[in-house]
Design a protein around this ligand. Structure first.
Ligand code: ADP
Length: 516
């Protein structure tokens, strides 16, 4: 892989974004998703490596936009899949629409302007009364009329738009809950549990919406929309290796949530846990698994979001975040890149506003002590690639400090299984041997190698073809087995992102400050 931020990498990103978009426009959604996922990972590398806030913001915005595009593509795939469920019953219903007007679901789609936009002239024509069996009235030599007139890409775009609108409406704090009246229009109801998955997010007994006073509505919405996360569905088994980290997190976070009465007094839970390690080793995944495994409300805070969007007001956001976390307790507040929120005090780069954010965070963390209310636990889980930059006061509050290392052989092997579970492998591939070749690679690097290797056959197949020719390819022609050579080539292209010097630095820091 090209060096982070190099012109080669930038042009790779540019090329992959273009490929993703072209494939999406051509209706090759699966391939488009692969490109989107890959390029998002490349951008993520740059986010992690970039220390210049202004440039990092730009990377973050780009990542955000591409994530939305990817989500739209995935929504389209889901919708198309659902139309082909039941042995194509849905698709047949689509095909037979001219015969079966009034036959349930299809008409619902057809009449839904959110899905198909304003009625097309051909729909209006079809609205005229027709013979019961139109096909039998057609001249024998003429083929039956083509049923679906809306081009696939247009329909798909509209469906995607409809989905996006629906998702937006669902995520909106004012979205009604099934069986519950929507809040009065125009009246802010920020804490309403609308759209919340009740299985995932604990609902207070009285089910009262969270309505703090003295906060800006936008700020509350930001928290509800971008930070409060639902349906994470990441389990320990989704994370390769990291057995020690899983055990420590289980003991430090999950068990206290499950047995709050035991973890009191001297056994009180840690106020905060810090995950330290090179980028791409699964820290974020581990945090999500913690929240899934113990069913806590999960607040996912990227310090970059806090400082960029709310510079000047970030300390208010921190206060509100903890207030909301306490309200929905037990909660986990995950702060990614916590070093950039809490760099060493007095360092040159420290702005007045970031000093305020930092002190607010420390104050709030002192207040998260659950005291006599074990069920009201709020756990702060931080992650950093730069532990040496963290303020001492914060470090002291993050009492448990866990190292998340590069994966060992066993972890690499498990990760290969996870990454390649849907990929056809040629007979000459031995995953044990590939795991050996990946020594020194991070989880994210391994993911990139697998992605690159898994795309080689497709790249070879579409090389030299124009868009029309690509469009005509049968999916089976593209989905060819990945060979050992593909992995060899991918390994040459994707180099490890963590150097031995970096590893030494982590080990030294852990020796001095770790507490595992
Ligand atoms: P970090 O937070 O340590 O920088 P992430 O948790 O964001 O790393 O991991 C980045 C990506 O790398 C994940 O989305 C996942 O695809 C892959 N990955 C890294 N480590 C693991 C792991 N141990 N198990 C499964 N996937 C992993």
């Amino acid at each position: 892989m090209a060096a982070i931020g190099s012109s080669k990498e930038l042009s790779d990103i540019d090329r992959d974004v273009q490929s993703a978009r072209e494939l999406a426009l051509l209706g090759q959604y699966e391939q488009a998703s692969v490109f989107y996922e890959g390029v998002i990972k490349l951008i993520q590398r740059n986010v992690q490596a970039c220390s210049e806030p202004r440039i990092r913001d730009k990377w973050l915005t780009m990542r955000q936009n591409l994530t939305v595009e990817l989500q739209n593509v995935k929504n389209i795939v889901r919708i198309l899949d659902s139309m082909h469920m039941d042995g194509g019953k849905g698709a047949r219903r689509f095909d037979n629409m001219q015969e079966d007007r009034g036959a349930g679901d299809y008409d619902d789609y057809q009449n839904d302007p959110d899905v198909f936009g304003p009625q097309q002239p051909h729909f209006a024509q079809r609205a005229a009364p027709r013979p019961a069996n139109r096909r039998s009235n057609l001249p024998a030599e003429k083929p039956a009329p083509k049923p679906v007139v809306v081009p696939k890409s247009v329909a798909a775009n509209r469906v995607a738009q409809a989905r996006a609108n629906a998702a937006q409406a669902k995520n909106s704090p004012n979205a009604p809950v099934k069986g519950k009246a929507a809040p009065p229009e125009g009246k802010g109801n920020p804490g309403a549990v609308g759209g919340r998955d009740k299985d995932k997010i604990p609902v207070k007994a009285e089910d009262k919406p969270f309505e703090p006073s003295g906060y800006d509505k936008d700020l509350i919405e930001l928290l509800q929309r971008d930070i409060l996360m639902r349906n994470l569905n990441i389990h320990w088994s989704d994370i390769a290796g990291n057995a020690d980290a899983k055990r420590l997190l289980d003991e430090a976070v999950v068990l206290p949530m499950l047995m709050p009465n035991f973890f009191t007094g001297i056994r009180r839970p840690w106020k905060g846990v810090l995950m330290v390690g090179p980028p791409g080793t699964g820290k974020t995944l581990l945090a999500k698994a913690v929240a899934t495994e113990c069913g806590t409300t999960f607040f996912n805070v990227s310090s970059a979001t806090m400082t960029s969007k709310w510079r000047g007001e970030s300390e208010k956001l921190v206060r509100l975040l903890f207030e909301m976390a306490r309200y929905y307790a037990p909660s986990t507040i995950f702060i990614d890149e916590i070093d950039s929120l809490c760099s060493k005090r007095g360092s040159d780069s420290e702005h007045e506003s970031s000093r305020r954010v930092k002190s607010e965070l420390l104050t709030q963390m002192d207040g998260v002590d659950s005291g006599n209310e074990p069920g009201k636990m709020v756990m702060v889980l931080g992650a950093t690639n730069f532990p040496w930059d963290i303020d001492e006061a914060l470090r002291r509050r993050l009492e448990k400090r866990i190292y998340i290392p590069l994966p060992e052989k066993e972890g690499r092997r498990q990760l290969l299984d996870i990454c390649l579970k849907d990929i056809k492998l040629a007979d000459d591939v031995t995953l044990d041997a590939i795991a050996d070749m990946l020594d020194g690679y991070s989880g994210a690097d391994i993911n990139n190698v697998c992605r690159d290797a898994a795309m080689m056959a497709m790249r070879r197949r579409i090389s030299g073809l124009n868009a029309d020719e690509i469009k005509k390819l049968d999916p089976n022609e593209i989905d060819l087995p990945t060979t050992h050579d593909d992995f060899e080539v991918a390994l040459k292209r994707v180099s490890r992102s963590v150097s031995n010097d970096d590893l030494k630095k982590y080990e030294e820091w852990m020796k001095e400050f770790g507490s595992t």
